[in-house]
Structure formats: C-alpha cells, structure tokens
Ligand binder design. Structure first.
Ligand code: R5P
Length: 293
C-alpha cells in the first residue's frame, strides 16, 4: 500500500498558466497522430526543422558499391554526425549496434537489381518487422513515368496505409529513369503525386532552375538526394541552394561516403543544413577538419 505520510495538503494548480497547445513544426504534418509526429521529430531536428539523413541503402540494388564495401568500417564512424540513418534491414541487423539511438529510415521496397528494370519493385519489408526494428520511417521508391509507375505508386499507398495503422511515416523516394528529364516540372509532378497519395515526406533531386517551385507546390517536407559524387564545394553549394529554396534537409550518400574525408564532409553538410552556413564557409570547415583528422 502507498505510504500516505508524505501526502501534502497544499497543491499548486498554476491557475494563471493556460496549458500550452503547440502546433507541430513540420510542414503539412499538423494533423498527424502523436506517434507519427514523434517519429518525424526524431528525423527532423525540432530546433531547425531540418535533417541530415545519411543514405547508405544503395546496396539493395547495387551491391557493394564504392564506399560501401565495409559499412562497419566506412559508415559507422559517420553515424554520430547524422540525424538519421537510411539503410536496409540486412545492414541494420548485421552491422548497426542496437545501442545506436539515431532515427532509422528503413528501405522498405526492393526486388530488382541494377541488371534489370529498376521500377519493377515491390514492398520488401513487412510492417511488423519495421515495428520490431523500431524504425522512425519507411522509404519506398516511386517511379513516376517509369515502366512500373502504377505498381510503385501502389507500393507507396500500401506502405502509407500500413504505417498509418502504427504511426510510422512513409518517405516517398522519387526515382528518375535514365532517359527522363530531371527538371522542376518533372519533380513538381512526382513530388506532388507522392504527397497527394499520402507520403509524409518526399525525397527528390535538386535542380538548378525553379527548385523553389518544387518545394512550394509539395505540401509536405522535401529532402534532397545527393546524387552522383561531386567536388566537395559543389556538393555543399547544392545542399545550400536546396535548403535556401525550401528543402527541409538532405538524404545524402555518395557525396559524403565517397568524399576524401567523409567524417569532415558530413560535418560540413550539417553546418549548411542546420546553421545556414554558406557553402564557402562550410568548405573551409571541411578543409580544417580534414587537416586535423
Ligand atoms: C538510392 O536508390 C538510394 O535511395 C539513396 O538513398 C539515394 O539515392 C541517396 O543517395 P545519394 O546521395 O548517393 O544519391
């Protein structure tokens, strides 16, 4: 039985302080449930509303690509500097220690290799397994204009439905076929379709012209993929421009893990994303950290 001796008569109800009712800070996410918002808050830093996602899920269709030959050796040292890790469940369970508390964005589609038609994917992770892995979000590739466009869209809507049951957000990854034009018009179409059909946030590529129209017309947050390896300063410029034009973060892989100094590069990317650092100053930071390493 509880010890009643310590019960005090005086109580303070703070009658002059109304209980706070805060709007959720993330674009288009105010009407989501508590679990969904909490998971998004683990991905998007509540202080900046932005995220540095470290993407190293490429092996799900490419195998051991350059920089990802040994994830334990090459990638895990980067984890402390990322807000979020984007990876496959195979790598999560075989390489990532469960004591690592970074938000996990789980690659949940697959079924093709780079030797075949990439858009012919299906959902490749059961929702129950995502729950077991305590993921913060699930990621699915959407191939607008691709050969298996409809199948990939339905993969996404199924994942949104499954995730909604348990409060797990879905990241739609817009995948562009080799022969398709990567311009703002295409990305406005692709990102908007993903958001309209329920994606909680969308990954796209940065385009030099009119990128702000892509972020403006997408009602949920957009993060940009890094794409193929660029010189470090150029990659930082791309991240900076994307952020200044409305992106809520980066989901960057090769431009970090294929850098000459990945640990320095991810810190420079962080400065651009979370501190609005200019690319030039972030590049100076990169060089300083690289020299000290
Ligand atoms: C590729 O299919 C994966 O979704 C990657 O996560 C994505 O492309 C981001 O990586 P990167 O910055 O290397 O383009």
């Amino acid at each position: 039985m509880a010890d009643l001796d310590a019960v005090q008569d005086t109580k303070e109800y703070y009658l002059d302080i109304p209980q706070k009712s805060e709007a959720f800070y993330l674009k288009g996410s105010n009407a989501l449930g508590w679990g969904m918002q909490n998971r998004l808050a683990r991905i998007f830093n509540p202080e900046t509303g932005r995220t540095v996602m470290l993407a190293f899920d490429h092996g799900y269709f490419q195998g051991a690509t350059t920089g990802l030959e040994r994830i334990d050796v090459n990638i895990m040292p980067l984890a402390p500097f990322a807000d979020t890790l984007m990876l496959t469940r195979g790598i999560l369970r075989s390489v990532v220690p469960p004591s690592m508390t970074k938000a996990i964005v789980m690659r949940a589609s697959g079924g093709t290799s780079m030797l075949k038609e990439l858009s012919n994917e299906e959902i490749a992770v059961d929702i129950e397994d995502s729950i077991r892995m305590n993921v913060a979000a699930m990621a699915v590739q959407v191939f607008i204009g691709g050969e298996y466009e409809k199948q990939s869209i339905i993969n996404m809507t199924k994942l949104v439905d499954q995730g909604t049951r348990y409060g797990i957000p879905t990241l739609a990854v817009t995948a562009v076929g080799k022969d398709m034009v990567r311009d703002a018009r295409y990305f406005r179409l692709a990102t908007r379709i993903c958001a309209e059909l329920g994606a909680h946030y969308v990954k796209t590529y940065y385009v030099e012209k009119d990128f702000e129209t892509v972020t403006a017309s997408c009602p949920v947050p957009i993060v940009i993929a890094g794409g193929k390896k660029l010189p470090e300063l150029d990659a930082l410029k791309m991240a900076y421009n994307a952020i200044q034009q409305g992106a809520a973060g980066v989901d960057m892989g090769r431009n970090i893990f294929q850098s000459e100094a990945p640990v320095s590069m991810i810190q420079a990317v962080r400065a651009v994303v979370h501190q609005n650092e200019t690319p030039e100053k972030a590049y100076e930071l990169y060089k300083t950290l690289k020299a000290e390493a």
